[in-house]
Design a protein around this ligand. Structure first.
Ligand SMILES: Nc1ncnc2c1ncn2[C@@H]1O[C@H](COP(=O)(O)OP(=O)(O)OP(=O)(O)O)[C@@H](O)[C@H]1O
Ligand SMILES: O=P(O)(O)OC[C@H]1O[C@](O)(CO)[C@@H](O)[C@@H]1O
Ligand SMILES: [Mg+2]
Length: 323
């Protein structure tokens, strides 16, 4: 018989498309299993401000299709300190919360790990567009964000081809090149710059010039923000060859908005329900993930201390196909 009766859920860090779907799954799965479910507003900031409200079936109605998060999100510097974490644990204990589901990225997982070391039973759900969490093939929001980038590149291609220009597209991903890689392969980018792979700007500029001379009508360069600014890449290309007409587009927060794809909604729904069922079964202090289609639990301490693998095969494929 489960000892878990009251659970709470929060969304933290940068929002991501599908957080609402994950929230809906946590709340509805919790209620289905007879638990009381509480929503904490604005991530760890709301926890420290005691912004905790009971959720019911209707609190999560009509949100599966919406981007953003109805609980709102925040970055909370106070929670980086032990005193903040201790106060957070105290508040959760005062409310009698015996399971906390944290939906967020690697930083939010760090916070959840700290809480679990203070005796709070936690479950992490990977909610970030960055896809930078280990022990899951995908994070919630990544698929949608990649779609946003690909859609933008399609549009850029049209105008770049008309003018024989090079489009430098700066994408998000903090220290992880996955958005750049997946969007780059899907959009047929000629060059993909990611923090995981060293590159030679001189060689890239030479190849670009040659390709234009051979009749190529446009060139797409996807730059992960972890590498640097798109403007700097454009500057370096033009410095090497003045003939390169490089134009920069910074996609920015557009990548975090819009309706989640069916993939993200289903991933969020499966993981949200899995987190609740796992808590009921006595599991805690775990990150929930999906690997080769299977739902998996991994110690959250291990998740936060393991860097996610970069898919070099996919990167090399993108290069081979972009000749
Ligand atoms: N080392 C840490 N210890 C305790 N709490 C942390 C730690 N790192 C981050 N947090 C908490 O988690 C919050 C969110 O972290 P962060 O800003 O890194 O975003 P994230 O969850 O990685 O999401 P994303 O990268 O998608 O924006 C921080 O504002 C902070 O409150
Ligand atoms: O503007 P904000 O909210 O600080 O977020 C920017 C960061 O958040 C992320 O989008 C992840 O949510 C990173 O890729 C990016 O660096
Ligand atoms: Mg992060």
């Amino acid at each position: 018989m489960s000892e878990v009766k009251k659970i709470a859920v929060l969304t933290s860090g940068g929002d991501s498309q599908g957080m609402n779907a994950a929230l809906r799954a946590v709340v509805r799965s919790g209620l289905y299993h007879g638990l009381e479910v509480y929503g904490i507003q604005r991530g760890y900031q709301g926890l420290l401000n005691n912004e905790i409200n009971k959720m019911d079936l209707r609190s999560v109605g009509d949100i599966i299709q919406r981007g953003g998060t109805v609980l709102q999100s925040a970055r909370c510097p106070e929670f980086m300190k032990l005193e903040g974490q201790q106060r957070g644990a105290e508040i959760l204990n005062q409310h009698g919360i015996d399971g906390l589901v944290v939906i967020g990225g690697d930083g939010s997982y760090q916070g959840a790990n700290k809480l679990s070391k203070l005796g709070i039973k936690t479950m992490g759900l990977p909610g970030t567009i960055d896809n930078d969490i280990s022990f899951t093939d995908y994070t919630i929001g990544f698929d949608t964000a990649v779609g946003v980038v690909v859609d933008a590149v399609n549009k850029l291609r049209d105008t770049m081809s008309s003018h024989a220009r090079s489009s430098i597209v700066e994408v998000m991903g903090r220290h992880c090149g996955d958005i750049a890689l997946h969007a780059g392969l899907a959009s047929g980018a000629e060059t993909i710059l990611v923090p995981e792979v060293p590159y030679d700007m001189g060689e890239i500029a030479d190849r670009m010039k040659e390709n234009f001379e051979k009749g190529k009508r446009h060139s797409i360069v996807i730059v992960a923000e972890g590498v640097g600014r798109g403007e700097d890449v454009a500057h370096a290309l033009k410095e090497r060859h003045a003939s390169i007409d490089a134009r920069v587009t910074v996609l920015g927060h557009i990548q975090r908005g819009g309706a989640p794809t069916p993939f993200d909604r289903n991933l969020a729904s499966r993981l949200g329900d899995f987190a609740v069922r796992s808590l009921i079964q006595g599991e805690s202090d775990k990150g929930c993930g999906i690997i080769n289609g299977e739902l998996v639990l991994t110690d959250i301490d291990k998740v936060v201390n393991t860097k996610k693998d970069f898919d070099m095969d996919m990167y090399e494929l993108a290069l081979r196909l972009s000749q």
